[in-house]
Design a protein around this ligand. Structure first.
Ligand SMILES: Cc1ncc(COP(=O)(O)O)c(C=O)c1O
Length: 307
């Protein structure tokens, strides 16, 4: 298999199955019509063994995504949380990316997804920093996408539905083909929304800001953690819209997300951001690293230990 190294097990429809056996039929409904909701969660190695970061909040968002889409999950939030913990333990690899997914399965075709059975799975694999270790350290090059972020009148961005990621993929591919690492999407009002799979933050004159949920973004759990880190660093935070030109004039910009972590943006469309150093981003990165790796007692309540 290209890219992903197989681990031992995947949790599928209520039980742990061998990696190679976690299969679906080609007429799986969600595969055709995008009726699939998912989460992205990470576990890390800590001094007390593997721990999952903010598991409860991720599964709560998973349940909320299902609710928006009238998807009746056949497992409770507690059962999906338990599946994540069991899976990390069964695979014996402490630092993994966890992917709970629920979708309309093999049953009926056509556009009413409620006629097909809902299947639920949790897979896990080893995944380094999504925008690369180099990007995490030295920043990535971003471009403002020509694709507009969909909004809640079409595809509600706060529900993590697979269909949203067709919009993300268009932006991502456009950025990569143009030689950039990542995209920044504007919303239908022309204000900055988020990355294809990350939230965005701006630092100006020591004030950290990020677009509000009403700008049409996914309410990131890393974003929520960053808001807490900003307060704990004694800095000010503003939930506010900003424009494309305010990207260019920022002192610092960074992406936040479970996959990407806290990744500085060093350039937007050929304009270098700030002076090329990221003192505040680095302070927030350190807090995040310490939190997820169990080195900060003040954030320990965010960890679910697997042992
Ligand atoms: C579109 C989008 N925005 C933001 C995020 C960041 O969210 P989180 O920090 O909860 O991973 C993600 C990742 O799930 C995403 O897909």
């Amino acid at each position: 298999m290209v890219g992903i190294r197989a681990l031992k097990k995947i949790w599928m429809d209520g039980r742990l199955v061998d990696w190679a056996d976690a299969k679906v039929h080609v007429l799986t409904h969600g595969l055709h019509y995008g009726y699939s909701i998912f989460e992205g969660i990470r576990s890390h190695d800590t001094p007390k063994g593997p721990a999952i970061f903010r598991l409860k909040e991720h599964i709560e968002r998973f349940s909320n995504s299902a609710k928006v889409y009238r998807m009746k999950l056949p497992y409770s939030a507690a059962e999906v949380e338990r599946a994540c913990v069991d899976l990390v333990r069964a695979n014996g690899v402490p630092a993994v990316y966890l992917r709970p997914v629920a979708f309309s399965g093999y049953g009926e075709m056509g556009l009413d997804p409620t006629k097909s059975p809902i299947q639920v799975a949790v897979a896990a694999w080893e995944w380094g920093a999504y925008l690369g270790a180099e990007g995490l350290e030295h920043g990535v090059r971003a471009t403002v996408s020509s694709w507009v972020r969909m909004d809640s009148r079409s595809l509600p961005p706060q529900a993590k539905c697979a269909a949203n990621y067709a919009n993300s993929a268009l932006a991502k591919m456009e950025a990569v083909v143009a030689g950039y690492d990542e995209a920044i999407l504007l919303n239908s009002q022309g204000m900055v929304a988020e990355g294809p799979g990350e939230n965005i933050f701006r630092v100006k004159n020591d004030i950290v800001s990020s677009p509000p949920a009403s700008s049409g973004i996914l309410r990131g759990i890393t974003r929520d953690s960053v808001v807490r880190f900003v307060a704990d660093e004694g800095l000010s935070f503003l939930r506010t819209d900003f424009t494309r030109e305010e990207l260019f004039t920022a002192d610092e910009l960074f992406y936040s997300g479970t996959a990407a972590g806290i990744t500085p943006i060093r350039e937007v469309d050929g304009r270098p951001i700030g002076n090329g150093r990221y003192p505040i981003t680095k302070r927030l990165q350190k807090r995040y690293d310490d939190a997820v790796r169990g080195r900060s007692p003040q954030y320990e309540s965010w960890l679910t230990y697997v042992a």
